[in-house]
Design a protein around this ligand. Structure first.
Ligand code: HEM
Ligand SMILES: [Cu+2]
Length: 486
């Protein structure tokens, strides 16, 4: 059970080390807090709590935006850590992103819990301007400005990765491995961390730009209602940004799988032509599938919806398949060392792969018309976020915790099983609820739905206990994490 995986980062300065650990420490705390929020929504639907709809929708808004923001932050730390082994990145920019993030978080929390803002994290037009006394325009503005600031921070970070990568590789095409893919170049392909980071910076710069545009438009409308927006355009921009940002978090966190699993199996993970091709295809597809969020909008051009359906079928696949097959070939008969880190990383592959199946079901226009506003939808995305993305991030934390031969105890193994069993049960209850046509985003449920909610609540509690151990371990071992050589 003990592992002697050593974590060394030759180029990491003390300042960068501290900043990255701060990113991750904040992430560990916020994961836990947001999970408690998530569980409390299930308790409310179970009629075990009596917070009432107003608090429910505030918590739903906070849980949605909080989880999306914090996985973005944690995943960018994974990317930065591995990318900076190959490329010179700016530590001041890394710090600046964190500062923008924290200021944004304060504004968003204030908007929700002081101002009463509860229009859901998607802030769809014209809801922010329609608080009807529950929240005012200033609260909505505080939310939008907070989000805008967080976007500015991330934009700086990805512009800096673009700068660093172009300085070393000449241009983004070379960093994506195109000479190897298209021109049979015999030079060694860029490392997977560079290929993945390049994809991410391309899609996230585009996504954040769209997000910034729609945030500014919404702000103008808030104070100048005569400046009306096109609701369909707004929805397109928001979902382009939201879809890209959350997917890019997975594409950053998966670098941890590429870099850490080989250490556990003693086999290298070299980018092949198929690997390079998949990342190039996913770069294009992740930006063109977002219309799967608009399948119910009859005013959308039909071709866009059909494109959304077809590309949804294909888009999850390339990177997922090369990663899953890559991981399996790496593990097969390798004598892999099993510990919390490797277990979490393998779970993340399974969770990511499983989540794609119900996603594709929902991405089918005829099914979507029936399922979209049911709990089926949180069901599928919690599979690949809770059981795919978060295990990558927790796995990375454990990898750091185990640096220099530091050991973790049996309680961590138990926590893993709590998380796994709780997570699987929890998402299964969402899917079953969706099958029963139970609507999503309802604070109060009919009495025949409550049994589903109660079973889900028990599973959610198991997940929270598991995550509590993960977070506790990371936070209490912070000072012993020794990764920089300088
Ligand atoms: C213990 C873990 C978690 C629990 C108990 C939980 C619970 C919930 C619940 C009850 C809802 C509302 C469902 C409804 O519409 O009635 C929800 C929505 C959501 N959750 Fe989670 N969740 C968890 C983890 C996560 C994670 C890890 C992420 C992302 C990384 C996430 C992202 C979201 C998002 C984006 C929504 C949609 C909010 C909206 O509809 O506006 N959750 N979650
Ligand atoms: Cu999407």
């Amino acid at each position: 059970m003990s592992s002697s995986i050593s974590v060394i980062h030759p180029n990491l300065s003390a300042g960068a080390r501290k900043t990255l650990l701060t990113y991750l420490a904040i992430s560990a705390v916020v994961f836990l807090l947001m999970m408690v929020f998530g569980a409390s929504m299930r308790y409310e639907q179970s009629e075990w709590l009596g917070m009432g709809p107003q608090y429910f929708y505030q918590i739903m808004t906070a849980h949605g935006i909080g989880m999306i923001g914090i996985v973005g932050l944690a995943a960018s730390a994974v990317m930065w850590f591995f990318l900076s082994r190959h490329v010179q990145l700016s530590t001041p920019i890394l710090v600046a992103n964190l500062v923008f993030f924290l200021i944004g978080v304060v504004l968003i929390l204030g908007a929700i819990f002081i101002g009463g803002f509860a229009a859901a994290w998607t802030f769809l037009y014209p809801l922010p301007a329609m608080g009807k006394g529950v929240w005012g325009n200033h609260a909505a503005a505080s939310y939008l400005v907070g989000l805008l600031l967080i976007g500015v921070g991330f934009l700086l970070l990805y512009l800096d990765t673009a700068r660093g990568i172009m300085k070393k590789y000449g241009n983004l095409g070379k960093a994506l491995g195109w000479p190897q893919l298209f021109f049979n170049s015999q030079d060694e392909a860029p490392p997977s961390a560079v290929i993945a980071s390049t994809m991410v910076l391309i899609v996230n710069i585009a996504g954040i730009a769209a997000g910034a545009v729609v945030l500014v438009l919404s702000l103008v409308n808030l104070y100048m209602p005569s400046y009306e927006l096109d609701p369909l355009l707004v929805k397109n921009l928001i979902y382009f940004f939201g879809h890209v940002f959350i997917n890019a978090a997975i594409y950053q966190a998966v670098i941890a799988v590429y870099e850490i699993l080989p250490l556990y199996t003693n086999r290298p993970w070299k980018p092949t032509k198929v690997f390079i091709l998949s990342w190039t295809l996913s770069t294009l597809m992740v930006m063109s599938v977002y219309p799967h969020h608009l399948l119910m909008d009859f005013a959308m051009p039909k071709w866009a919806l059909i494109m959304g359906q077809i590309i949804s079928y294909m888009s999850g696949f390339p990177v997922l398949v090369v990663t899953a097959i890559g991981a399996l070939t790496l593990i097969y008969r390798s004598g892999i060392k099993w510990d919390v880190t490797s277990r979490l990383l393998i779970l993340s592959m399974l969770g990511w792969a499983c989540g794609v199946i119900p996603a594709i079901v929902d991405g089918t226009i005829s099914v979507n018309n029936v399922m979209h506003n049911t709990l089926w939808v949180p069901g599928h995305f919690h599979i690949y976020l809770l059981l795919g993305l978060l295990p990558m991030l927790f796995g990375f934390m454990y990898y750091l915790v185990q640096s220099n031969g530091n050991k973790v105890g049996a309680v961590d193994d138990v926590a893993f099983w709590f998380y796994l069993v709780g997570g699987m049960g929890f998402v299964t209850m969402f899917l079953l609820s969706g099958k029963e046509s139970i609507p999503r985003r309802w604070a109060a449920h009919l009495s025949e739905w409550v049994p589903y909610d109660r079973i889900a609540s028990v599973f959610a509690t198991l997940v929270v206990i598991g995550a509590l151990v993960f977070a506790y371990r990371f936070l209490t071992r912070l000072s012993r994490i020794n990764i920089a050589t300088s």
